[in-house]
Ligand binder design. Structure first.
Ligand SMILES: NC(=O)c1ccc[n+]([C@@H]2O[C@H](COP(=O)([O-])OP(=O)(O)OC[C@H]3O[C@@H](n4cnc5c(N)ncnc54)[C@H](OP(=O)(O)O)[C@@H]3O)[C@@H](O)[C@H]2O)c1
Length: 252
């Protein structure tokens, strides 16, 4: 349990998690709701797993809002809609992303643009509109989901890697920009984790990744969710501009 105040537990500070219908985002939504936050879960479509999490968390803890984050012009109205329906936003987790693999030389320019659009442009613009309220309130938390691929590289993931590296530069500079107004900005860099995004990786490759890690295993969605919950909590009030790696020691 993060050390939110008694008032927060009654009403719950509001955190927006993008891409929360499955995978890491779903785990983050569940964990943050368990820590006393109210969560707005964004994705294009709801999922059975998210509905189960909403029921388990109890009334008003996790609200779903359908949104295609690739529609950049719709992000300002989306930010307004979230505030109108749920009140001021305390935290934002920029988690939604595409993991499309492809060799650069054969990748259609439209696929390259799609990755940059959803993984880099959309989180920056959504942050722009949601950070304003945090700055006015003098408190807030932004967590950007990067990847260890941003600093290790991986065959056929050059465009994805570039978008994930962009989240680190964004995190560090924005932390300097909004810090004086009480807003922290951090990133998490997960290693390989089994989700729909990595579903195409076969058993043998998974085994090789686990074997290369210091702990001889893969990190799990809950590990990343716990890191996000820490960065969202009052315990991390003096932590900003950092990148927290969660990879079972793959990059150790
Ligand atoms: N899994 C890993 O090994 C790994 C490792 C390092 C970093 N990461 C990062 O962790 C984050 C989550 O990855 P994941 O593995 O959990 O992915 P995932 O299972 O594919 O889930 C992606 C989520 O994003 C949503 N989404 C996709 N396109 C969207 C759009 N246009 N608008 C709104 N929502 C959209 C999806 O819902 P809809 O399709 O319904 O919209 C879904 O909820 C990503 O930033 C990824 O780069 C993952």
């Amino acid at each position: 349990m993060s050390d939110v105040s008694k008032d927060d537990l009654k009403t719950g500070r509001l955190v927006v998690v993008t891409g929360a219908s499955r995978g890491l985002g779903l785990s983050m939504a569940q964990t943050l709701a368990g820590d006393g936050f109210r969560v707005v879960a964004l994705a294009r479509r709801p999922s059975e797993a998210l509905e189960a999490a909403q029921n388990a968390a109890g009334p008003g803890r996790i609200a779903f809002m359908a949104a295609d984050l690739g529609e950049i012009d719709a992000l300002q109205p989306l930010a307004q809609k979230i505030r109108a329906a749920h009140g001021p936003v305390y935290g934002l987790v920029n988690n939604a992303a595409l993991g499309t693999p492809g060799l650069l030389t054969t990748m259609p320019a439209s696929k390259i643009a799609e990755l940059v659009h959803l993984n880099t442009l959309a989180p920056m613009v959504l942050t722009k509109y949601l950070a304003r309220g945090m700055m006015t309130a003098g408190a807030g938390r932004i967590v950007n989901v990067s990847s260890i691929i941003a600093f290790t590289g991986y065959n056929a993931l050059s465009v994805y890697a570039a978008t994930k590296a962009s989240m680190i530069g964004f995190t560090k500079s924005l932390a300097r920009e909004v810090g004086r107004l009480g807003v922290t900005v951090n990133a998490v860099a997960p290693g390989f984790i089994e989700t729909a995004m990595t579903g195409e990786m076969d058993e043998a490759e998974r085994g090789r990744v686990a074997n290369r890690s210091a702990l001889k295993r893969l990190a799990e969605p809950q590990d990343v969710a716990d890191a996000v919950a820490y960065l969202m909590s009052d315990r991390a009030r003096n932590v900003t501009g950092t990148v927290l790696t969660i990879d079972a020691g793959s990059t150790a």
